[in-house]
Design a protein around this ligand. Structure first.
Ligand code: ZN
Length: 337
């Protein structure tokens, strides 16, 4: 058997939020919105189960954006003080909110969502959150004076949240760190340490997802500047392999990441991206099985979790469903089932 999972996000149904947009507005308000989020999560739990995935997520149906979905519930951030910031090492310039005093959770943020997911599947439940370095790359600092100090403060906040998610029944807590690929030296210097701080005391499995971003134009343009071989992972995989994080998610499908870099993770479960999220073309089960077999040259199949390259939030819904089915069927094919 080859285990299967997604990176996390899935498209929102058109009645919940405007489709095929990363930062879509909700279509409903109040109690109707809260009910609609649960309905959407339920659909995706069922779709993932039907596709035969072994690990189930709520598809991030409860949050509008993967970082701001958590930050809007954090005290110490002034949303009226917008700072222009070039994020992911100046890949895009955006107006971001500013940290003006110590950051603190106002209340448990995602706990009820994890309980809801747990209540509706008997399979492994994974819950995703942004990692400390990626949060710090999406918000301006007007208080801590050092990016490392701010990251460690967010790591403490994420740790409180992760403990709640574990108590709610999550089997895996995943931190998303796309910023690692933009700040490769810092990732090794303190990014991995911040992750360890965010996961301390947890008994459930922990994962980190590191990608080259959603399949949006800014990322596609950026990837063109990275040359023939994308070796970013090489800078921090050894540090990550020595850490206590259990699973590492990487890009592989249609990627210029040299596959031998997977050899730098001999002590980890590797979530291998066998589904390309930058194209609407739906893989066949054979495509997926071929990619799993190719990855098997570098990682024992027992340590492979067949996965998507990144979240599927911006894709059309029917494309995401097709890709889930291909993922499940391809993993079964590769395992000879
Ligand atoms: Zn990603």
């Amino acid at each position: 058997m080859i285990r299967t999972a997604t990176a996390g996000s899935l498209p929102k149904p058109a009645w919940l939020a405007e489709p095929e947009k990363l930062w879509a507005q909700w279509q409903l308000q109040g109690d109707a919105l809260e009910q609609a989020k649960r309905d959407a999560a339920l659909i995706w739990i069922k779709e993932q189960e039907d596709a035969g995935l072994s690990t189930i997520c709520e598809g991030e149906q409860f949050r509008i954006h993967f970082v701001h979905g958590i930050l809007e519930h954090v005290a110490g951030i002034d949303w009226n003080v917008k700072t222009k910031m070039g994020i992911r090492n100046d890949r895009y310039v955006v107006d971001v909110p500013t940290v003006t005093s110590p950051v603190k959770r106002k209340y448990p943020i995602h706990k009820a969502e994890a309980e809801f997911t747990r209540a509706h599947t008997t399979r492994m439940v994974k819950f995703t959150m942004p990692g400390p370095m990626t949060i710090c790359d999406t918000i301006a600092d007007g208080h801590y004076g050092s990016r490392v100090d701010m990251a460690m403060a967010f790591a403490d906040l994420l740790n409180e949240e992760a403990r709640d998610l574990e108590a709610a029944g999550a089997d895996i807590v995943q931190f998303d760190e796309p910023a690692f690929n933009a700040f490769t030296a810092e990732a090794a210097e303190w990014g991995v340490a911040a992750l360890e701080r965010a996961k301390r005391g947890l008994k459930c499995k922990t994962a980190v997802h590191i990608c080259y971003g959603y399949g949006i134009q800014a990322n596609i343009d950026w990837k063109k500047t990275l040359g023939e071989q994308w070796r970013q992972y090489e800078s921090f995989f050894p540090t990550l392999d020595a850490s206590s994080i259990d699973q590492v998610s990487l890009e592989f499908a249609n990627s210029k990441v040299p596959p031998e870099l997977m050899r730098l993770l001999p002590n980890k479960d590797v979530m291998v991206g066998v589904i390309d999220v930058a194209t609407n073309e739906i893989e066949t089960p054979e495509d997926v099985a071929r990619r799993i077999e190719a990855a098997s040259a570098f990682v024992d199949p027992q340590r492979i979790i067949a996965c998507t390259n990144c979240g599927m939030a911006p894709l059309p819904r029917h494309v995401a469903v097709g890709k889930l089915k291909a993922l499940g069927a391809g993993a079964r094919l590769a395992a000879g089932e």
